[in-house]
Write a protein of this length. Structure first.
Length: 460
C-alpha cells in the first residue's frame, strides 16, 4: 500500500508542471485567437483555395509552360532557317600576276602581245563580305519529327503531373480538414473527461474526509485529473500543428485563424463499383498515364536514334556580296544542296540505338508494373472501405448506447439515485463515442476520396 502511494505521489509531481504549462498554453491560445477573426471555410472552399494558391501546384503550372516552350522550340526545326553573316578581312600582302611582254606571242599585225609588261592585281588588301542564306533540312526531318513527338509527350507528362499534384493537394486538404474536426471533437471529449475527473476528485476528497475511503483514492483521482490535462494539452498542440499545415497547403500565412464546417464529415463521396473502378483506374490513373506517355517518348527516341544513319541532306540558297576579289562579281547568288554523313563514328550511333531500345523496354516494364500495382491498390482500398463502413455502423450503435446511458444517468441523478460523478462520466463517455463516430465517418470519406484519386479523378 505504501509503495503504491509513493508511485501515485511521484506521478502527481510529474504531471503537475504539465498541467501548469497546459493552462498557460490555453490562455495564450485564447488571447491570440481573440485578436483576429477566423476565416470561415467549408471543405469545398478550402479545396478550391488550395487549387488556386498552393505553391506546389503553381510550380507544376510553370513546368507545363516550360515544356510548352520547349515544344515550340522543337517545332521551329521544321521551318527553313534564314541566317545572315558578314566579315571584314585585312591582308598584310597581296601578290599580283606579272605578264611579261609578248607572253601571248608576237604577230605581224599587232606585234608582241602584250606590247609591254602587265601586272594584274589579286584584289585589295581589305575585303568586305556579307550575305543572307536560307537552309531547309530535308532528311533531317525524320529526326526532327521524332524530337517533336518527344517534346509533345513532355508537355503531356507535365500536364499529367499537374493533374496528379492537384488531386494530391485536394486529398491532403480533405485529410487535414477531417483531422482538425476529429481533433476538435476529441478535445471536447477530453475536456468532458476532465470535468468528470474533477467531480470524482471532489467526491473522493469528501469520502476521505468522512473516513469512507482511503487516502490513496484521492491521490488516484488527482493523478487522473493530471493525466487528462496532459491529454488535452497534447490534443491542443496537435490541433495547432494541423491548422498550420492546412494554412500552408492553402497558400495562407501559417498563423491564419481558420474556422471549419463541422458538417463536412457527413458528406458522402460517390464512388463506382469495384470492377468499374479498376477499369477506370487502368484508363485514367495519373501515374499510369504519365508512364504511357514516357513510353511514347522513349519510342520516339529510339526511332530518332535509328534515323541517325540517314545522311544529312540540306537544301540551301544564299545571296552574297563581296568587295576585294576582282575575279568575282560583287553580288551573286548560290543555289544547291549539301550532304553530310559520318563514315566512322567509333560505334556512337550503335550505342545510342542500343541505349534507346533499353529505355523503351524499361518504359514498357514500368507500365506493366503500374497496371498490376493499381489493381492491387484499388482492391485494397475497397476492402478498407468495406471495413470502415462496418466500423461506422458499430460506432453508431455505440453512440446510441452511450446516449441512452447518459439519459438514464441524468434521470437517476435527478432522482438522487446516482452520484454526480457517474452522471458526468456518462456524458464524457458520450462525447468520446461521438468523437469515435466522427473519426470513423472521416476515415470512410478519406478512403473514398483516396479511391477517387487512384482512379484519376479529383477527390472532391
Amino acid at each position: 500500500m505504501r509503495s503504491t502511494l509513493h508511485e501515485i505521489c511521484a506521478t502527481a509531481r510529474l504531471c503537475l508542471p504539465l498541467a501548469l504549462l497546459s493552462s498557460t498554453f490555453v490562455m495564450t491560445s485564447i488571447a491570440q485567437q481573440s485578436s483576429a477573426s477566423p476565416m470561415q471555410l467549408t471543405l469545398e472552399q478550402a479545396i478550391n483555395l488550395a487549387l488556386k494558391q498552393n505553391h506546389s501546384i503553381h510550380l507544376r503550372s510553370l513546368s507545363v509552360d516550360q515544356m510548352q516552350s520547349k515544344k515550340d522550340e522543337a517545332r521551329s526545326e521544321y521551318l527553313p532557317q534564314m541566317k545572315t553573316s558578314g566579315s571584314l578581312l585585312h591582308i598584310t600582302a597581296v601578290e599580283g600576276v606579272d605578264i611579261p611582254t609578248g607572253a601571248f606571242g608576237k604577230y605581224p599585225s599587232t606585234g608582241p602581245v602584250p606590247a609591254k609588261s602587265l601586272t594584274i592585281g589579286q584584289g585589295s588588301e581589305t575585303w568586305y563580305t556579307g550575305g543572307v542564306g536560307l537552309e531547309q533540312p530535308l532528311t533531317q526531318l525524320f529526326r526532327i519529327h521524332q524530337a517533336n513527338v518527344a517534346a509533345k509527350e513532355d508537355v503531356l507528362v507535365a500536364k499529367t503531373q499537374l493533374d496528379e499534384t492537384q488531386d494530391a493537394i485536394a486529398f491532403q486538404v480533405r485529410q487535414l480538414y477531417y483531422n482538425i474536426l476529429i481533433n476538435q471533437q476529441k478535445l471536447k471529449a477530453s475536456q468532458d473527461q476532465l470535468a468528470a475527473a474533477r467531480i470524482k476528485d471532489e467526491e473522493s476528497q469528501s469520502d476521505v474526509a468522512r473516513g469512507n475511503a482511503l487516502e490513496i483514492l484521492a491521490f488516484q483521482s488527482k493523478a487522473a485529473i493530471l493525466q487528462t490535462q496532459q491529454e488535452s494539452l497534447t490534443l491542443r498542440l496537435q490541433g495547432n500543428d494541423l491548422r498550420r499545415q492546412l494554412a500552408d497547403v492553402l497558400g495562407l500565412p501559417v498563423e491564419t485563424p481558420i474556422d471549419l464546417d463541422p458538417g463536412a464529415a457527413a458528406v458522402a463521396i460517390d464512388i463506382p463499383s469495384r470492377d468499374d473502378a479498376i477499369r477506370i483506374a487502368l484508363d485514367q490513373n495519373q501515374d499510369l498515364k504519365a508512364a504511357r506517355q514516357i513510353l511514347v517518348k522513349a519510342q520516339a527516341g529510339w526511332a530518332a536514334a535509328r534515323d541517325a544513319y540517314i545522311p544529312d541532306v540540306t537544301a540551301l540558297s544564299r545571296y552574297s556580296y563581296q568587295s576585294g576579289v576582282p575575279l568575282l562579281a560583287r553580288n551573286f547568288g548560290t543555289l544547291g544542296f549539301s550532304l553530310n554523313y559520318d563514315l566512322f563514328d567509333g560505334g556512337r550511333r550503335e550505342a545510342k540505338v542500343r541505349e534507346a531500345r533499353i529505355e523503351v523496354h524499361s518504359a514498357e516494364v514500368a507500365v506493366d508494373k503500374l497496371q498490376a500495382e493499381i489493381d492491387v491498390q484499388v482492391q485494397g482500398i475497397y476492402d478498407r472501405v468495406d471495413e470502415l463502413r462496418q466500423m461506422v455502423d458499430v460506432a453508431g450503435q455505440i453512440l446510441n448506447v452511450r446516449t441512452e446511458a447518459a439519459r438514464l444517468a441524468d434521470r437517476q441523478f435527478e432522482q438522487t439515485a446516482a452520484l454526480n460523478s457517474a452522471r458526468s462520466q456518462s456524458h464524457a463517455d458520450l462525447a468520446s463515442a461521438t468523437a469515435s463516430l466522427l473519426e470513423a465517418n472521416c476515415g470512410l470519406s478519406l478512403a473514398e476520396a483516396d479511391l477517387k484519386r487512384v482512379i484519376g479523378q479529383m477527390p472532391r
